[in-house]
Ligand binder design. Sequence first.
Ligand SMILES: O=C(O)CCC(=O)C(=O)O
Length: 512
Amino acid sequence: MDALRRLALAAAGSLQAATSEDAACNRPLVGTSERPVIADISIRASSRRGEDHAPWRTRMDWTGWNWSPADDSINEWISFDFGDVMQITKIQTKGQHLADHWVTRFQVMYYSAPNEAVIHGTLFVGNSDRDTLKENVFDPPIRASMLKLRPVRWHGHVGWRVEVLGCEAPSPASEGELSCRGLRCRDGGSVAEGVSPCFEHGMVGRMATKSVLLQNQLYCAQRRYELLAEAALQASWPMLSQSSRDAEETRRQREAYSKDGFVGVASVLSTDLVLAAQSYFSESIWNSERSQRPAMILEVSAEGSFSPNRSMDLRRAPPHVRNQNYRLIGMHAGPEELEAAPYNRIFWNARILTIVQRLLGGPATLLQALLFERGSQQSLHDDTWYAMGSDLKGGMVGVWVALDDVDEDNGPVFYYPGSHLRDELVLNPNGRSRRELIALPDGIRSSEDYKADVARRSQLEVQQAGLTREVFRARAGDVGFWHERLLHGGSPIVNWTRTRLSLVIHYVLADS
Ligand SMILES: O=C(O)CCC(=O)C(=O)O
């Protein structure tokens, strides 16, 4: 079906639907393939598994293969651009029509204006089979011109059908007026405050109004994407909406981050979430029924670093390993691992992501998460050595989340403010990208001698530059954010009876 036919159908569909359902604000906003409300091109995705899995195939009535991304990964998303700000009340989902694949948990991000991205605080529960309709209610409803859904857990492969319900957002503007102010409309006129040239062309009749409206919505939607892309590319600031108090706080955080390469923020997580993470750790992660533990890898440390050859499956880890210095990896990586529910709420915590995105200057993607029960005692390093950097300078932020109170006794993180500004060393001349060039070469990454040598050289550099060591003393719920090139490590543990439950999460600029 071509785009024009879809538009015409969409117009008809919109009119037809705008009856009693509108009163309850329960109108389909995406539409079916027979009755599309938004055009196919308004449904976009991070990737597709193949032509059979194009994003528009996510429409509820599609009986072939539905949308599925190239990878089963939490970095994939699908978005719906409504062209104008809508009031959204519900989201409906079903699994993949032709296979036992469905999304069991997902996150919602939405834009109420081009530069106003908001991450919804709820981790939504999705489906548990192919065909049963699952409905989630937004209470209160949200106002959004675009909705972006990120599958976080799934069964089989990521793949689903989606409908979004709502109605035009109530506003003082007259019906049909587009919120495209500041953008140029298809007819060439620019949209001045309070005036909508898009609307003038639609005065002939209601049908014509709707069809012109849809074309203009499409155009405005494209412009919004362009603006968002520009914003991310130029690291334009701010990406997210802010009150003036937020703006002042953000300015201070960014200044500290640029100058020191580190910024600590108090009380980012609620006490409830910290308690949930603590009890999940003792009850589920270390479940005495080993087979019940989430799939993760446990790495034991040796001489101030974690070596891959001292690792084991958490499900096999004997109890005595807990007395050693260890960390857990892989909890962010797949459907099974993501049983670690409170940890998901931390990875996708709106406050953490907002700060990360402000520091990065664009949308962020999660790269890796590490969980520590005690201080790491890791020697001096920067994360780029371990290929945790990005191809764009400064394109990775390390996030350190305190889930216990931390002081000199239980091995706080230490760092050298300003060390992120030192010159970049090419550690791997065979690297094919910035990230690879400044990382330790693969074969050498686990060599303690080589790492000790790089650490010695860096120590010398910080001494010569007159930088002083700081420690991050924190209360449970506080969060520290560090630059990818900040030299840091874990202080020695003085009191081994104290835990130091904490997370390290690495976020990179999306598409970097
Ligand atoms: O948590 C710590 O003690 C330090 C962790 C660290 O340096 C890292 O993960 O890069």
